[in-house]
Design a protein around this ligand. Structure first.
Ligand SMILES: [Zn+2]
Length: 270
């Protein structure tokens, strides 16, 4: 399987839990000590706090938890899994192939690790925009002062547009919001009904969203090689060609070692 990487197109799907596992970032459910009560101190489930309807009526609550997520993201860094995927993209491109990362993560770590073809289906914390005017600004998630500056924009705990004083927000998909149409269209174009790629990896996600599992099923139907890297057994595990029951970073490090030794053996033999 691994010897066939050269010149092929590889599609890597979703790294939802990679950074959580190896970099000790808290999952959303652990923010603000939610594990004990199941609701925030305002008395709402976290999903409601991070929803479009809450943002409309109580943006201060939504911002409070978005800032916690932002701080958690900044305390971490891309891990070896992000780095290896970025390296694959570069090496596969050198052999005439293409890699696309389709991710639910909003942490921006794939780009930070060097991946270029990244489709962020839930948006990214790395860009702020005004809900009323055209003001927008990139946000360096790895640079703490920029978040401090963001907090300085806050009036009554809600960061405001420096141009028109309306509420600003990151370009992420909140609960109750539609997925970004342009990203979906880009993905459909790349994926081409399952024919756009020779290999499909589902990495570090146990998500059952149809837009996550659907492409893997399409790839299976098209006879493509499918790999799931997931320590747990999920819906996809028995359908993919290869289920690797390991954490993302450990599995990708091992895969890369195997790939390198197989290339070395091949070039040594010729
Ligand atoms: Zn504005």
């Amino acid at each position: 399987m691994l010897r066939n990487f050269a010149g092929q197109n590889v599609y890597s799907l979703s790294l939802e839990q990679v950074f959580r596992r190896t970099a000790a970032c808290p999952p959303i459910g652990e923010l603000g000590g939610l594990y004990n009560t199941g609701v925030t101190e305002e008395g709402y489930p976290i999903e409601q706090c991070l929803s479009a309807s809450m943002f409309r009526v109580r943006p201060d609550i939504t911002w409070k938890y978005m800032l916690q997520i932002g701080e958690a993201v900044m305390q971490c860094r891309p891990n070896p899994a992000h780095t290896i995927i970025a390296r694959w993209e570069k090496e596969i491109a050198q052999r005439g192939g293409k890699t696309v990362v389709f991710t639910q993560n909003i942490d921006g770590y794939h780009r930070l690790a060097g991946s270029k073809n990244v489709l962020e289906i839930h948006g990214s914390m790395g860009e702020l925009f005004c809900t009323e005017c055209s003001w927008e600004v990139p946000l360096d998630l790895q640079n703490l002062p920029s978040l401090e500056q963001l907090k300085a924009l806050a009036q009554d705990s809600v960061p405001q547009c420096p141009e028109c004083k309306a509420v600003i927000r990151p370009r992420i998909v909140m609960f109750e919001e539609m997925l970004p149409r342009q990203t979906l269209m880009q993905f459909e174009e790349e994926f081409d009904g399952g024919n756009g790629f020779d290999m499909v990896f589902s990495i570090g996600t146990s998500s059952m969203f149809p837009y996550i599992t659907g492409p893997v099923y399409e790839a299976i139907r098209c006879g493509k090689t499918t790999v799931e890297i997931n320590p747990a057994t999920g819906e996809l595990s028995h359908r993919v060609a290869y289920h690797i029951p390991m954490g993302a970073a450990d599995a990708l490090i091992r895969l890369e070692e195997l790939t390198r030794s197989s290339y070395a053996a091949k070039s040594g033999a010729t």
